[in-house]
Design a protein around this ligand. Structure first.
Ligand code: HDD
Length: 739
């Protein structure tokens, strides 16, 4: 099968070739346009516009007078504006997307016939949309929430949508409860509060009433729900699908995406502040990385269970509140997804993209997962109210393979024009016949079905705590601490005693210590015994720290260099070029966005001035040596920058005069992060990297970077690649600084 070429341009080419070659039709299919200087502005019905700024009026000698309703140009302009909005998504309203490609490096033909998973010569175009769940379209990016991870693969046999999240399990087991969980987490009905938060009575009331949510609660209160970047999140299909091979053998399957950059999160105080300081933090982050050519990549994996082993597990494999532990069902990584092109226009692409769990291609099938079955109904339905019945033919949604259906006609906003006399099958011309299975027609797996009507689930669906414990037990100490802190934050925001007391009590089913810590913080009764014995089981891959790459990859990490007049040019330039060489995004921050002079006379124009930026928007900070420290020491913004970076566990580096400045801003009597021992000595302590020596000695050509790097720049780069210094928080230093 020939490659399907990547990206939108290719999508369009393919779409064109899928219809009649008649030139007029092709023109109509050409949806992407680029306005130019030589192209006059016209109305939507084609006449050229002379004046865009004055409504047609009947004026007197003073040019005063009433506006005329006859101004068809003015009316068209206002009408178009009045109707710019379509209903936002009822959930996942806030999001952003990008184009890319999917490549297969190992065929899965032993388990499926799907071309996209068997033909290693193909490149399949994709569009991916990331999102938050709770907030409205204009809400902030870095709220504590599940992130949507929706992938549309434009395969040669039709579109395949994996509508997943960055968390592998879900709150509820049955789709019929979806309106309730979503109503409970959304702003409360009487006052429309709060926006972009689950920290309120109704959510915690609902999850208490549904013990099946206990597992997902742990994930949502962990660092997973405050990702550093969409590029640093895992993606999970969550639901159980199935796959069928050429011999008709069926396997159950779960889909996984593993990010090349590792899985990283913000810290909570940082996330809260970014919500106000840069609500578009995540969408900018994705666009900037793609624009700079640092294309994010994810390995694609499948977990497989043969049909006959469906009942071999202590949990039901069709229950979406359960994951399949990797020890029991290993992940087989068979492909790679890369995002490499930003959208041209947000609305027709990212806003109008519509995903559907029921979009599957031959070789991939559903399962009886009751959440998936309900989703298959819901997504189809929601697109009709958001986009109308012809939503599948919008440019972003239509397939790139040939598609034609003479029966599907008309409806609001029909775009495509289908020639011919007949619109039904069978017809006397034998136009548009269905395809047999041998010709690629979709045929459902002949799963045997019989039963009585009942509103029920299998007995295993009733067990709700084992995997909540499994997840919590598998976390590292710092991740456990964060879980306790986020439960405490959320329940602290619940002002109804019944709500926070009961939600806290529920934690004793997971871990007694966790329950005790949270109870103390939120003012609930401190439990003395676990309400369910913790079996102490752990599983691999649940702690996100396990995905920290061994290599010192700092590409796209945002690093700030703080300067004022009198900075040392050699250290400034040395560090800047070392960081850039490693692919970091480096920004100079100074007291003003005008030339700042180095001690030796060189000038640099900062990218930002101190009041215009905050440390929260950077992963690490470097302060060069030099006389400028005197000015920085008197600048409240610069001083707070260091204190806050310290509290947010970020690597900080400084040389010579800067070392004392950094130490003074961490305000920890008795804790020293540097020694002044001998020249050219690099010291790393709690992620603070310092050195003393002549700048030319300290800033030599960049050597190998690793844990034991003795070089100053190398050690700083290594610390950045570790993301955050958790030890500071574990040792209680952060509580003392409290940015
Ligand atoms: Fe959903 C959107 C993910 C359960 C009903 N969902 C939506 C999106 C994602 C998910 C990523 C945004 C897609 C986009 O970017 O446009 N949803 C999930 C996951 C679930 C899940 C991983 C659990 C496994 N969803 C779920 C259930 C129902 C829905 C049980 C209803 C029964 N979801 C919707 C929806 C949305 C949606 C109302 C809103 C906008 C849309 O579909 O296109 O139909």
């Amino acid at each position: 099968m020939a490659n399907i070429s990547a990206g939108l341009h290719h999508l369009q080419k393919a779409a064109k070739s899928a219809v009649s070659p008649d030139s007029k039709t092709v023109d109509l299919e050409n949806d992407t346009v680029e306005p130019g200087k030589n192209q006059s502005m016209t109305t939507d019905y084609g006449i050229k516009i002379q004046d865009t700024d004055h409504w047609l009026r009947a004026v007197d000698d003073n040019h005063n007078g009433p506006s005329l309703l006859e101004d068809q140009i003015g009316r068209e302009k206002i009408m178009r504006f009045d109707h710019e909005r379509i209903p936002e998504r009822v959930v996942h309203a806030r999001g952003t997307g990008a184009f890319g490609t999917f490549r297969l490096f190992e065929s899965a033909q032993d388990v499926t016939t799907a071309g996209v998973l068997t033909d290693t010569s193909r490149t399949t175009p994709v569009f991916v949309r990331f999102s938050t769940v709770q907030g409205s379209k204009g809400s902030a990016d870095t709220v504590r929430d599940v992130r949507g991870f929706a992938v549309k693969m434009y395969t040669a046999e039709g579109n395949w949508d994996i509508v997943g999240n960055n968390i592998p399990v879900f709150f509820i087991q049955d789709a019929i409860k979806f309106p309730d969980i979503i109503h409970s987490v959304k702003p409360e009905p009487h006052n429309e509060i709060p926006q972009g938060q689950s920290a309120h009575n109704n959510f915690w009331d609902f999850v208490y009433q549904h013990t099946e949510t206990t597992h997902m609660q742990q994930w949502v209160m962990s660092d997973r729900s405050i990702p550093r970047s969409y590029r640093m999140m895992q993606g999970f299909g969550v639901n159980t699908y199935s796959m069928v091979n050429a011999q008709g053998k069926r396997h159950f399957v779960k889909f996984h995406f593993l990010p090349e950059l590792g899985v990283h999160s913000l810290v909570w105080d940082e996330a809260l502040k970014i919500n106000g300081q840069d609500p578009d933090f995540h969408r900018k982050d994705l666009m900037d990385a793609i624009d700079a050519g640092h294309y994010p990549k994810w390995k694609f994996g499948i977990q497989l269970i043969p049909e006959e082993k469906e009942h071999d597990f202590e949990f039901d494999i069709l229950d979406s509140t359960k994951l399949w532990p990797e020890e029991l069902v290993p992940i087989r990584y068979i492909g790679e997804m890369e995002l490499n092109r930003n959208v041209d226009e947000f609305f027709p692409q990212t806003e109008q993209v519509a995903f559907c769990t029921s979009h599957i291609v031959p070789g991939i099938e559903f399962s009886d997962d009751p959440l998936l079955q309900g989703r298959n109904f819901s997504y189809f339905d929601t697109q009709i109210s958001r986009l109308g019945p012809n939503w599948e033919e919008l440019p972003i949604n239509r397939p790139v393979c040939p598609y034609m259906n003479i029966t599907n006609r008309d409806g609001a906003m029909r775009h495509r024009i289908t020639k011919g006399k007949v619109n039904y099958w069978p017809n006397r011309f034998e136009i548009n016949p269905p395809a047999s299975a041998a010709q690629g027609g979709f045929s459902s797996y002949p799963e045997k079905q019989s039963g009585i009507k009942a509103r029920t689930h299998s007995a295993k669906f009733k067990e709700h705590y084992n995997q909540a414990q499994l997840f919590y037990n598998s976390l590292s100490d710092i991740e456990k601490l964060h879980v306790a802190k986020s439960f405490s934050f959320e329940l602290d925001h619940c002002d109804e005693e019944l709500v926070y007391k009961r939600a806290t009590e529920r934690l004793s089913y997971v871990d007694l210590q966790l329950a005790q810590l949270v109870a103390k913080n939120v003012g609930a009764e401190i439990p003395t015994r676990a309400l369910k014995e913790n079996r102490g089981l752990k599983s691999k891959g649940l702690s996100q720290l396990e995905y920290l790459p061994d290599t010192a990859n700092i590409t796209t990490r945002r690093v700030a260099i703080l300067v004022a007049d009198g900075f040392d040019q050699t250290s400034y330039a040395g560090m800047k070029s070392a960081l850039k060489e490693q692919g970091a995004f480096v920004f100079t921050i100074g007291p003003r966005r005008q030339a700042i002079k180095a001690a030796t006379g060189e000038e640099v124009v900062p990218d930002h001035h101190f009041p215009g930026m905050r440390s929260t928007l950077f992963d690490a900070t470097f302060v060069p040596g030099g006389k400028h420290i005197e000015a920085l020491s008197k600048n409240g913004n610069a001083k707070y920058w260091i204190t806050e970076s310290f509290a947010h566990l970020k690597p900080i580096a400084g040389v010579n005069e800067a070392v004392g400045f950094i130490e003074s801003q961490t305000k920890l009597p008795g804790v020293r992060f540097a020694t002044t021992a001998s020249n050219n000595t690099t010291v790393e302590s709690y992620g603070i990297v310092t050195a003393h020596g002549t700048p030319t000695d300290v800033f030599r050509k960049l050597g190998a970077v690793g844990k034991d790097s003795k070089g100053f720049q190398e050690q700083f780069i290594w610390q950045i690649s570790r993301h955050r210094n958790w030890q500071r928080e574990l040792d209680g230093l952060v509580d003392q600084v409290a940015a």
